[in-house]
Design a protein around this ligand. Structure first.
Ligand code: KG4
Ligand code: ZN
Length: 338
């Protein structure tokens, strides 16, 4: 059995083919970074137009690399949401058309859950219960997983996502897009203790995150110090900011661990590529005696292998296979707290 996964929730057009043993036969990701870079962020209208222009080629390339003809695809999976609706509709409609024509099942996949699935793709025997920290440009959330496909939302950002905060600071300083990797490069040579950022504190006992305060503090410091790309302390400033974002994430994960006593920690989403975050996450796991799992970098940022993998898992447990043509895209984070 072969499943074709399609991902177009934001600014990556991606397709992947997996076999029923979850082996990735191909994974193609076409990024639109160069198109959005002049604007310092994703322009939704440009993103959907670009998906439309490239989806056929990206899917074709995934099939060619997997050496599987389209007629031999047994099931389809596509990201349904959350994301930019104009972008989501391109991938979802493409998958629906193929599923309808070939009369094969189609699974609609949640993008945030797919990021978590990336960890299972490389670690099928990951021990439960697990606490997953999803950190991307659009989402920052904590989940408790009692078992496969059981996602209980523990906390989420009340304002900006962590990646969004990094992207906005980089944009303000004119450093380029996406901001996370650029900041990481600058921060590598900086002194993270040079600038002090107060960490956000929730007034209640919730495991929610907040990054708008950190962002505002950073913008104030930029103004006060006249920070720019030619400032001698830019590397220190960015290292300190990156460190504050990492501390905010890891501190909350530590609080969740105390309450939920997991056997595993999962770190995923685009920002999970960040080395300082990976280090902080692994240190917390070591000191808490919890096994740590982070997908390899290519599986952290948006890709379709994670979508195909989750689609396969959902279809395996589905009562009856279907090609639901009424499957609709949804823009917002769907998870609710139990
Ligand atoms: O998961 P993703 O590809 O898309 C969303 O679902 O949002 O994540 C993109 C985010 C961007 O905010 C980008 O700046 C961030 O991931 N990112 C990083 C790194 N690589 C990507 N942030 C920090 N360090 C990195 N190395
Ligand atoms: Zn993502």
């Amino acid at each position: 059995m072969h499943v074709l996964g399609i991902e177009t929730s934001c600014d990556e057009t991606a397709a992947a083919v997996l076999d029923d043993r979850r082996k990735t036969l191909s994974s193609v990701v076409l990024t639109q970074d160069a198109i959005h870079a002049p604007y310092g962020g994703v322009v939704p209208e440009l993103a959907s137009r670009q998906h439309l222009a490239t989806i056929g080629r990206v899917v074709g390339e995934a099939l060619r690399r997997a050496e599987i003809p389209l007629e031999c695809i047994d099931a389809y999976a596509a990201t349904q949401g959350p994301g930019l609706v104009g972008s989501l509709l391109v991938g979802l409609s493409f998958a629906k058309a193929l599923a309808y024509y070939f009369e094969k099942p189609l699974a609609g996949v949640d993008h945030v859950e797919a990021h978590i699935e990336a960890a299972f793709l490389e670690n099928p025997n990951l021990p439960f219960p697990a606490v997953a920290l999803v950190v991307s440009g659009g989402h920052t959330a904590l989940f408790f997983l009692k078992k496969r496909l059981h996602y209980r939302l523990l906390g989420r950002t009340r304002d900006d996502a962590a990646g969004e905060a990094l992207d906005k600071i980089a944009k303000f300083l004119g450093l380029g897009y996406p901001g996370g990797p650029v900041i990481e490069k600058w921060a590598a040579t900086g002194d993270a203790e040079r600038f002090v950022f107060a960490l956000p504190r929730m007034k209640d006992t919730s495991l929610d995150f907040s990054f708008s305060g950190l962002k505002t503090a950073a913008l104030r410091l930029i103004g006060e110090t006249d920070m720019s790309d030619s400032h001698p302390r830019l590397a220190d400033f960015l290292a300190s900011f990156e460190e504050a974002v990492v501390r905010a994430l890891v501190t909350n994960l530590g609080r969740a661990a105390k309450r939920f006593n997991p056997a595993s920690f999962i770190l995923c989403g685009g920002v999970a590529r960040n080395k300082r975050l990976r280090r902080g996450f692994e240190e917390l796991a070591r000191s808490s005696g919890v096994a740590a799992f982070i997908p390899s970098p290519a599986l952290c940022t948006d890709n379709a292998a994670m979508v195909a993998a989750l689609g396969l898992e959902k279809l395996k447990t589905a009562k009856k296979a279907s090609w639901p043509l009424d499957l609709d895209a949804y823009p917002r984070f769907n998870a609710t707290r139990e």
